[in-house]
Design a protein around this ligand. Structure first.
Ligand SMILES: NC(=O)c1ccc[n+]([C@@H]2O[C@H](COP(=O)([O-])OP(=O)(O)OC[C@H]3O[C@@H](n4cnc5c(N)ncnc54)[C@H](OP(=O)(O)O)[C@@H]3O)[C@@H](O)[C@H]2O)c1
Length: 338
């Protein structure tokens, strides 16, 4: 299988990405036991199919080490000159505390070492508490490290529109914000997307498949009990569904999506991914990959052959209209973490 050219996007002037990114939270240990050798071996089929872009974080268990090992094997087998074919977007999620140059530089040095590179493609920064304004210090130091060549591009994750605006006002160049965005959680459409559009910032989305709940597998299934879920991801997004409108409404949504999926000869997951990929300012959808446990390479590839038409969007709207307003209930992007 090879992905069509529409699968790729010039994310920045110097980085082309696959618009479905492989999410590596799923190797952290909270989504089933991962065999490192097997996981690294299956990164090759993703890459060879065209899924060349990885999303990870300093705190996703061995994810950064897996990228390091994958890069080493890739260079040994195919030549180091081909390493730029791989894009690896990590995050720094610091514990609250002083954000001196030393603290920031040390954290970035760890990611560089683990990932086996001398420059991070994208560093996505997370912050837990807006009352502690030292996130601006941290970002200034990150910008300095960027100008020294240690980071190619700076990005954020889970920042709200208000703080994103503040960061921009401080003259820090941000290329993207990673936020939860799905047919269930459409908060980014309220404020974030318009702001990003005005400032040439893009969105990378997670939770688009609700940990796998937004798939054929859960259509017609009775409401799962809390203890039934095998992954942290499923638990997280079941709570989101509960806040949004509950299991019965979610089943209505899945039924409509199934109808659309059948019409186009694709899967429910494909419809959910395509819907978010088509939203303004969305650069890519991150789909979690339980490497070596369950792969969906061929199915996710079909997203790029799918076009949702006006009838499809019209069919979805009445179900979404019955849901609660998550912006009012939770707040802007990322507020669920604060
Ligand atoms: N910035 C943040 O705060 C944040 C938070 C969460 C996640 N993330 C990022 O986003 C990534 C995605 O994580 P997520 O928790 O949001 O999970 P997700 O992508 O919504 O769900 C991943 C799960 O969906 C299932 N799946 C994938 N493709 C499928 C298909 N074609 N058909 C049916 N099922 C399919 C798989 O389940 P099975 O494995 O069971 O088959 C997979 O484990 C993470 O790895 C991470 O990189 C970031």
């Amino acid at each position: 299988m090879t992905l069509p050219t529409t699968a790729r996007l010039l994310f920045t002037s110097d980085l082309s990405i696959c618009r479905i990114l492989n999410g590596m939270w799923q190797v952290s240990g909270a989504h089933g036991a991962i065999d490192p050798a097997r996981a690294i071996a299956v990164m090759f089929p993703y890459h060879d199919a065209g899924f060349t872009t990885w999303d990870l974080a300093d705190h996703y268990g061995p994810a950064e080490d897996f990228i390091g090992a994958f890069r080493r094997q890739f260079a040994a087998e195919r030549g180091a000159e081909r390493l730029p074919e791989i894009q690896a977007f990590t995050k720094w999620v610091p514990h609250p505390g002083p954000m001196t140059r030393r603290v920031v530089a040390d954290a970035i040095a760890v990611s560089l070492r683990r990932m086996g590179t001398d420059r991070l493609d994208l560093l996505q920064f997370h912050w837990w508490d807006y009352r502690d304004q030292r996130y601006l210090d941290a970002l200034q130091h990150l910008a300095d490290l960027q100008s020294e060549g240690k980071i190619r591009h700076l990005a954020l994750t889970n920042f709200d529109t208000e703080r994103l605006a503040l960061i921009i006002q401080h003259g820090i160049a941000i290329v993207s914000n990673q936020v939860q965005y799905s047919l269930v959680d459409r908060r980014p459409a309220v404020k974030m997307a318009a702001f990003c559009g005005q400032h040439r910032i893009t969105l990378l989305t997670y939770g688009t498949l609700l940990g796998g709940l937004l798939s054929d597998r859960y259509l017609g299934r009775p409401e799962p009990a809390r203890g039934e879920f095998a992954t942290a991801s499923l638990q997280k997004y079941k709570q989101m569904i509960d806040a949004w409108g509950g299991w019965a409404l979610f089943q209505e949504l899945l039924a409509v999506l199934k109808h659309i999926a059948d019409k186009h000869g694709v899967s429910v997951a494909n419809v959910g991914t395509r819907y978010v990929l088509d939203r303004p300012t969305v650069a890519g959808v991150i789909v979690g990959a339980r490497l070596g446990i369950a792969e969906h390479i061929a199915d996710n590839g079909r997203v790029f052959d799918l076009t949702l038409d006006a009838d499809d969007l019209t069919a979805i709207e009445p179900v979404l209209a019955k849901s609660r307003d998550l912006m009012r209930l939770i707040g802007d992007c990322g507020d669920e973490y604060r």
